[in-house]
Design a protein around this ligand. Structure first.
Ligand SMILES: [Zn+2]
Length: 248
């Protein structure tokens, strides 16, 4: 995709995540730069609902802005660079304080898939606690040392929880990462509701694998078009092929 189209899609991703309640005034989504894989594109520090193309900035993986530093970047941009640095296959990253996800980072209760649409999160979601390596901080990931530590906990998983803070979601495309972030919030909400009714039967590891192995890019397109409509953004159809590389 041309750079211009990719930037428009990144604006759309910001608006969708805001519309679907995954981010509020805080939280952010980035893409690996389409032409320079050692850079990423992320908005200046602004609420995702308000972001437009002019707000987007390009950074090196260690978080330095490419442009003259006239604009105020997100303090937690390092999260994105550290994940792109550790995971060459990752093309898009979301960091959020998704409200229903937070309780699972502070209680020891595992967040696990309860519904087939939520299988993208994987069977096991690792938890990163900033206190383990960095002691008592303000919990913000404001340097590469913390971000690399978080990326190490994420490992090869698509999602990691951040104790007392939020989570990160990493994906093979912008559509993939937005899909996973939206359904992660839904899964967390459903899991809490189900728990109040009784014992939960979670998706098995093999069911999770079966969902991901049979999901085609059409699933992501159908969701993306729907979310574009709800967010008041134009829908740019992508070619629909076989299963996406979403087995991460
Ligand atoms: Zn944060």
């Amino acid at each position: 995709m041309a750079v211009t189209g990719a930037l428009d899609e990144l604006v759309t991703a910001n608006r969708i995540l805001a519309r679907e309640g995954v981010v509020d005034a805080f939280g952010h989504v980035s893409i690996r730069h389409p032409e320079y894989p050692d850079r990423y594109v992320l908005s200046r520090a602004r609420a995702p609902e308000c972001i437009d193309v002019e707000d987007l900035m390009t950074f090196t993986l260690d978080g330095a802005p490419i442009e003259p530093a006239r604009r105020h970047p997100y303090a937690e941009r390092h999260i994105h660079g550290a994940i792109y640095e550790a995971r060459p296959e990752i093309q898009a990253v979301v960091h959020n304080h998704s409200p229903s996800v937070i309780p699972f980072g502070i209680t020891g209760t595992q967040l696990r898939p309860v519904m087939h649409m939520c299988a993208s999160m994987g069977s096991r979601v690792p938890l990163w606690d900033s206190r383990t390596a960095f002691g008592d901080t303000n919990l913000l990931v404001t340097n590469m040392a913390m971000a690399r530590d978080l990326a190490a906990t994420l490992g090869n998983h698509p999602v990691a929880l951040m104790r007392g803070h939020g989570c990160v979601v990493a994906g093979s495309s912008l559509r993939d990462v937005v899909f996973n972030a939206v359904y992660l919030e839904l899964n967390a909400d459903l899991q809490m509701k189900a728990r109040s009714l009784g014992e939960i039967t979670f998706l098995s590891e093999r069911e999770v694998e079966a969902v991901l192995n049979t999901r085609s890019s059409f699933t992501y397109e159908r969701a993306w078009e729907y979310w574009c409509r709800r967010a008041g953004r134009p829908y740019d159809r992508q070619p629909v092929g076989g299963p996406l590389v979403d087995k991460i």
